[in-house]
Design a protein around this ligand. Structure first.
Ligand SMILES: [Zn+2]
Length: 242
């Protein structure tokens, strides 16, 4: 298998003046999550950190001296891989302690290790999936429902959105309606059948999401969605789960 071309491990899409999306196109589609970068006035925010197969920081075009708040919406492998590269590491209360050890039982890293087609190009010469290990990234700030993440010109309220995983959180900018859903809600196949998923809890999360005043939603996987599309995704899930 070929090595991924230099500088192309991450695919970058500028969404608007504040938000940029990064993806890992050579990772198996099941584990190819969205990485969101939000430029703020006083601090920048990273929402999720990919697989950690290549260093993420060089792809981000960071401003020297400006703080970056690197946040994980939950501890699944495809959201926490590069968290260790950042000084400020934020994550959910429910799984907080586990960020210091990254156990397979919560990250599901073993599922990637055992894939035949884990990647379509190598992250580095001679790499094999058996080598895959998440680097521990102890949290420096533990997030709970209602916490506020302030970037200077905008702030996000933390929402606990369990179901897909017990520790899922989302972020809502209540002024603009900008919303990050993690894996609680996105516009692709939603997953509620992993060992730590809870369908009854997930349904409650969906009922809560119905009432959320979003303008645009950026999820852990798939394309972004507006309020109307979000209700369609919610209704489809609730219908399927009924
Ligand atoms: Zn997940």
């Amino acid at each position: 298998m070929e090595i991924a071309p230099a500088g192309q491990w991450f695919r970058k899409t500028v969404v608007d003046s504040a938000v940029t999306r990064f993806e890992e196109p050579f990772v198996h589609p099941y584990f190819a999550a969205n990485i969101w970068f939000v430029r703020g006035a006083d601090a920048d925010l990273l929402v999720d950190a990919g697989m950690g197969l290549r260093p993420l920081t060089p792809a981000l075009d960071l401003t020297p001296g400006k703080p970056v708040l690197a946040l994980a919406t939950h501890i699944h492998l495809d959201h926490v891989g590069a968290l260790c590269e950042f000084e400020n590491r934020l994550g959910p209360r429910e799984s907080a302690a586990a960020f210091a050890t990254m156990p397979d039982t919560l990250t599901y890293a073993h599922e990637f290790r055992h894939l035949d087609d884990a990647v379509s190009a190598l992250p580095s010469p001679g790499w094999t999936p058996d080598d895959y290990q998440l680097t521990p990234a102890p949290l420096t700030r533990i997030l709970t429902e209602g916490d506020v993440i302030d970037l200077g010109d905008r702030s996000f309220t933390v929402l606990e959105l369990p179901g897909h995983s017990p520790d899922g959180i989302g972020l809502l900018d209540e002024k603009s309606g900008l919303f990050f859903g993690g894996d609680a809600i996105y516009d692709a196949q939603l997953l509620d059948d992993m060992p730590n998923s809870d369908r009854a809890v997930y349904r409650q999360t969906m009922e809560r999401l119905k009432t959320l005043p979003i303008s645009i939603g950026h999820g852990g996987h798939g394309p972004s969605f507006d309020a109307r599309r979000m209700s369609e995704i919610i209704e489809a899930y609730l219908w399927r789960a009924a």
